[in-house]
Ligand binder design. Sequence first.
Ligand code: AMP
Length: 435
Amino acid sequence: MPTFRAPRGTRDLLPAERVPMTRLERVAADLAARYGYHPMETPLFEDAAVFERGIGAVTDVVEKELFFVGARADEGERWALRPEPTAGIARAYVQHGMQTWPQPVKVTMTGSMFRYDRPQAGRYRQFWQFDVEAIGDPGPAVDAEIIELAARFYRDVGLPDVKILLNSIGDPACRPAYLEEMTAYYRRHEARLPPLERERLERNPLRILDSKDPAMVDVNAGAPSMTDGLCEACAGHFEAVRAHLDALGIGYTLEPHLVRGLDYYTRTAFEVYPAGAGGQQSAIGGGGRYDGLVELLGGRPTPGIGFGIGLDRVLLALQERADRNAAAEAILAPEPAPLAVVVGSDPADTATRLRLATELRGAGLAVRADLGQRKLGKQLEAAARDGAHFAVIVGDELASGQVQLRDLDAGTQRPTPVTNLARDLERAARTHHHG
Ligand code: AMP
């Protein structure tokens, strides 16, 4: 047993996981850039009130899952690690007067989020999200644009058959009446509610629909739907979002009981699940409209909509898939082997091997030097194990400006002037057929 381990619910992203996750981030970043989004970054921690106010005090995320950061008591600050990106971005929107920028302000952010949740498969205390936000546009067209962007992301990384669940959760004009109706419904069924849901009934009944308790499946199935109680403005907005999606040919499933775990959402809410999945656990992304959030954080009333991709879970979904397409394979593929490894007949002459490799890298080539002081045979074996295509063999003929260029796949070799090496390798790389 090692003395120290990564804290419970966290994990080290070793290259086998970080490499494909970086590729996911790159696909998302390139895609979002095409749609006119710009990357930004907020601190990993904020004044805890940003989350308490922005997300809602009676939510799991704030009530149970915030990680508090040890602020120095004499400074009177309360900090918490960000459990999600939107509240911090909205705080930045207000702080930097972004309402004077051309609207909507379209930004992305990628990085770790922290929730003190009970760890289980696909549920971590530190996880990674790629996040997209369009602040300052009431929709409905931008709602459809963001959902289409989401659908395209999953398709582009090799999950073409995700399920998009869509709902409208109304606004402060129509939600209170719905909440009353809901509360009345659950009161009638109170005897069937587990203790946690009974408590929610008193404090935040909407959360009951979000319940992960299997005992709640039947009770929730009969609960009233928000969509039946939408006011005219919200109903019109929702209809228009759907019309835009239909015009784009984006498939979705209406899910009238879909609420989101955070309080600030209004109107459009959606979640993305891998094909064949169900249950809260496996959502690989989610988003929605938050027209009240900027005002809650001290700004002018400003509409907004955003979407977060759960990168850890997208990776899991790709890994678990038996029928991976080419896009999925490209995300999961190991990193390319070096084009060449510089080896030498004099084990002690690491300086020359390092110098040659440095020159070749300077020419833009992926070249490793063998810096271990072992025999040439061992160096060549290691180069082959690495999957390198070529070995540059340094020997006595270096005195006359030559090295041997060995094709490790074909098992052939020929002398090459050092001055030509970069050009030779480049040409070989272009014509070389892998495996
Ligand atoms: P949420 O803000 O809860 O909708 O989160 C957005 C996405 O982040 C979800 O759809 C998940 O894919 C992912 N996610 C949320 N919480 C966790 C967690 N604890 N561990 C891993 N991924 C998560």
